[in-house]
Design a binder for this molecule. Structure first.
Ligand SMILES: *Cc1c(COP(=O)(O)O)cnc(C)c1O
Length: 464
């Protein structure tokens, strides 16, 4: 399988090359040049497969013969053996054909484990074959950091540096990052905010001359194609358990950087019968405004109970816009230079393509807490604030009550205890493997809000 940049300004790459990088050199994101398409008969034949076997069916066409099947299977099986639930992605019913797909049974209690457990192992495999080492550099305001550290801490050939804004992440989130141990794992607390961390990471990727000659930086946020790829699988898994592909299923997805919902869009294009795809946002609602009203104006960042969705501009949206603009890289490059700034809408014809595919809703904090409380009262289920936004958006946007509606539950409620107590409920307990989290020793270094402070640190600590 070949991959191309959404901005059309650089050569095509194979899976391995795309895995080992971040943005394309022209500033775009890599997407497959064509998608595999599965027939209904073929999808139906997957009904009895285990989660790892299903994953193999879905992802193999994207990797082609670059990784031998037996090796890929080992990586996938090993990755999902790290999950705490026999189904890996657990499907729970709320009644009335409403379902919640629990994606938080991985080591760090958020859906990001689905991709990052695989990514760490894939990197190690590919790098061993190439006899190469890389440096992962990423910024996090929340769940990505811990999932990436947990996914890569056994990777011999990876040194991983994760930046977080000093004193500005929640205690659970910080502890989940800073208690990960390994001689290749480095947490940097930057004396700035999340945007400062992101700016530093971006600048380091743009000029990697601080690294030793045979090293390169690899991204672990959802601009990395491998993350999107692994998230396509659970849409198939949920559908097959609800009577698909003979029957359509709808999905509501708590959305930040548009990675998770984009994976659902790809599943649909690959042949999975999906009815509605609902983009659920919090007060940071640029995607909702665009989908509902063709209004793509960037506003101020609001801090909410669902911090993993506190994002002003969603990086993966560009991957979808590439399709909307007929896969013309030059048109996307031109759009991205202005979009959200002097240009705040697209032509009516382009916008109708967007609104034909997605529904959307924006849910405020007060409603989020009310939903956490009411769902708990109705069913006993405790939703985290991100998942509660998904459930409420599903209820607002649902067109056909006979079509199963699946909300992706993106995090375990114990990660966001403040929102749960704000909803008037008792703060939930962490699962067994994390009950001693607050007693574990933390490791992190505080660094100045400065590019060179960070690159000097990386240079000094990356293993030879
Ligand atoms: C990352 C994250 C999201 C947003 O996912 P995107 O792929 O960025 O849209 C939603 N909820 C939780 C809990 C997350 O960690």
């Amino acid at each position: 399988m070949k991959y191309e940049s959404t901005r059309g300004g650089c050569p095509q790459q194979n899976f391995e090359q795309v895995l080992l990088t971040g943005l394309a050199p022209d500033g775009g994101l890599y997407v497959p040049t064509e998608l595999p398409h599965f027939s209904l008969e073929e999808i139906a034949s997957w009904r009895e497969l285990s989660y790892p076997d299903l994953a193999m069916k879905v992802i193999t066409p994207f990797i082609g013969d670059e990784i031998p099947t037996a090796d890929l299977r080992n990586i996938i099986e090993d990755s999902y053996a790290a999950f705490n639930h026999p189904e890996v992605a657990a499907l729970e019913s709320l009644g009335n054909e409403e379902y919640v797909l629990e994606l938080f049974h991985g080591p760090t209690l958020a859906f990001k484990d689905f991709a990052l457990q695989v990514l760490g192992r894939l990197l190690d495999y590919v790098l061993s074959k190439r006899d190469q080492r890389v440096v992962i550099l990423g910024a996090t305001s929340g769940d990505t950091g811990s999932a990436a550290l947990e996914g890569c801490r056994h990777s011999d050939r990876v040194d991983i540096f994760i930046l977080h804004p000093h004193n500005r992440v929640s205690d659970v989130q910080r502890k989940q990052m800073t208690t990960v141990t390994g001689n290749n794992v480095f947490n940097l607390a930057v004396e700035g905010n999340f945007d400062d961390c992101q700016r530093i990471v971006k600048a380091a990727f743009a000029d990697q001359s601080f690294l030793e000659e045979d090293r390169q930086l690899v991204a672990v946020n959802s601009i990395n194609w491998a993350r999107i790829l692994m998230q396509i699988v659970y849409y198939f898994s949920a559908s097959l358990r609800l009577g698909g592909p003979d029957r359509k299923v709808s999905f509501s997805v708590p959305t930040g950087n548009f990675g998770d919902i984009y994976a659902g869009y790809l599943a649909k294009k690959m042949g999975l019968p999906i009815d509605q795809l609902i983009v659920a946002t919090n007060k940071n609602d640029i995607l909702h405004r665009f989908i509902a009203n063709n209004d793509y104006s960037v506003s101020e960042l609001a801090k909410t109970h669902s911090p993993s969705m506190d994002i002003l501009v969603s990086s993966n949206f560009e991957r979808f816009l590439f399709d909307v603009f007929d896969r013309e890289g030059a048109a996307v490059a031109d759009l991205m230079a202005k979009f959200g700034k002097e240009l705040r809408s697209v032509s009516d014809a382009h916008w109708q393509r967007v609104s034909a595919i997605f529904d959307s809703a924006a849910i405020d904090d007060e409603t989020t807490c009310a939903v956490i409380a009411s769902v708990n009262a109705e069913s006993g289920m405790l939703l985290d604030p991100h998942s509660a936004i998904g459930v409420e958006a599903a209820r607002r946007c649902r067109r056909d009550p006979s079509v199963p509606m699946v909300t992706l539950a993106t995090a375990h409620p114990a990660k966001f205890g403040d929102a749960i107590t704000a909803a008037g409920l008792a703060s939930p307990e962490l699962p067994a493997h994390l009950t001693d989290l607050f007693d574990r020793e933390e490791h992190f270094s505080v660094v100045a809000n400065d590019l060179h402070a960070v690159t000097d640190y990386v240079k000094a600590h990356a293993r030879r």
